[in-house]
Design a protein around this ligand. Sequence first.
Ligand SMILES: Nc1ncnc2c1ncn2[C@@H]1O[C@H](COP(=O)(O)OP(=O)(O)OP(=O)(O)O)[C@@H](O)[C@H]1O
Length: 235
Amino acid sequence: MAPPDNDVLWTRDLHYAHNGSPALLGVTLGVQQGEILAVTGQRGCGKTTLLGCLSGQLVPDDGEVWFNSMPVHTLTPTSRERLRRDRFGWIGDSPQLVPELTAWENAALPLLLAGGGPRQARRTALEWLERLDVGECARKRPSALLQSQRQRVAIARALVHQPDVLFADEPTAPLHRADRAQVLRTLTTAGRSHGITVVLATHDAEVATLADRTVTLVDGREAGATDPAACSLSV
Ligand SMILES: Nc1ncnc2c1ncn2[C@@H]1O[C@H](COP(=O)(O)OP(=O)(O)OP(=O)(O)O)[C@@H](O)[C@H]1O
């Protein structure tokens, strides 16, 4: 089944189990172009697994994932890798930077991997580092940075190539409370001004207020979604 025209991302009846332990039990949702969608729910409800399936990191056991007209669930590993590199950005709850590279080199990686010129890549990376208040760290390696600075560099790296979709899984987890609002503002402003669709997983209701829409998961299902098996038993 093809996705609705106005959804940039779309899933139908998504199921995923980690080593036999169910994490998603039939999630169906659409995300519109340029929308900021918060995925909320208690710890362990399936947020990270859902983002993993949407972004092509995980292949669902059942169900469909579409990015525009591309069936992500049937792509080869190489095509999924390319899709993730070229069209998606990812921010996790702990920054994974290349230790041998400086902050600006880390931030510029997506542009360099896409074959961009080093001078332009450096300039763009420096602009994002400035925007995220870590411009002064540009020449330092990750080991010389605070955890909160490393996370800002990771966020710059996720945005530097202006992805179509940014997946952010608890992006402010390593930040102090005072830093969170500024980083979230930068993220959402970047999303809105560059037309980037943002899918933001968080268990923090305050963070979710910055989104256009919120989907809540409960035990691997959307809150309010009913278990078809339970329905058929109850009629
Ligand atoms: N690699 C794994 N191996 C086995 N079980 C896993 C694995 N990753 C997640 N799970 C289980 O799958 C379920 C969903 O986990 P997931 O991380 O997607 O939820 P979450 O809502 O993102 O939680 P959190 O807020 O703690 O990150 C949980 O029961 C979790 O224990």
